[in-house]
Design a protein around this ligand. Structure first.
Ligand SMILES: [Zn+2]
Length: 172
């Protein structure tokens, strides 16, 4: 089995995903300030513990770190280099698979799911909180029995073309 070689770049990244990261805390504060109720780290299914859930609307929320989860703006876009390149590649691949799996498990358990990039929270925690609460209310009323993955509309006050004509338009 191959081993990680110690590198300067790698050392501080070796840890597992931390709970209660700064963006998570900022988002929770903003949700609380907006009157939203949530529950932290609730295991809703074996192998599936969202960062928090909004019980009303049965909405499970995962906060994804830009680096580990490969955000389009801040994730790595060039191939890995250096002695641990293959291991990094595998690790990121496993992260992506784990994300898809946890999303699927949550949906199978009857939860709506949304995944939020850490950078979106850093930019505007109140806006993300508002979008989440809007989504929660909408699914509670409109689709309580059809759990699925949702893209977060980060500007809920701007009504965009509502997707009455089939699946979400390719606007994101
Ligand atoms: Zn990002």
């Amino acid at each position: 089995m191959s081993q990680w070689e110690s590198t300067r770049a790698g050392r501080h990244l070796a840890g597992r995903k931390a709970k209660n990261t700064a963006p998570e805390v900022a988002l929770r504060r903003a949700i609380h300030a907006a009157g939203g109720r949530f529950r932290l780290h609730r295991r809703i299914q074996t192998g599936c513990t969202p960062d928090f859930v909004l019980p009303r609307g049965r909405l499970a929320v995962f906060v994804d770190g830009c680096f580990w989860h490969g955000c389009p703006a801040h994730g790595r876009t060039t191939p890995w280099t250096g002695p641990n390149a293959a291991l990094w590649e595998q690790k990121m691949q496993r992260n992506a698979e784990r994300d898809m799996r946890s999303t699927r498990l949550a949906i199978e358990a009857g939860w709506h799911v949304t995944r939020v990039w850490e950078c979106a929270i850093r930019e505007n925690p109140a806006g993300v909180a508002e979008a989440l609460l809007y989504l929660r209310t909408r699914v509670a009323f409109e689709e309580p029995d059809t759990p699925r993955l949702h893209q977060l509309n980060l500007d809920p006050r701007e009504p965009r073309a509502t997707a009455t004509a089939g699946p979400a338009s390719a606007d994101r």
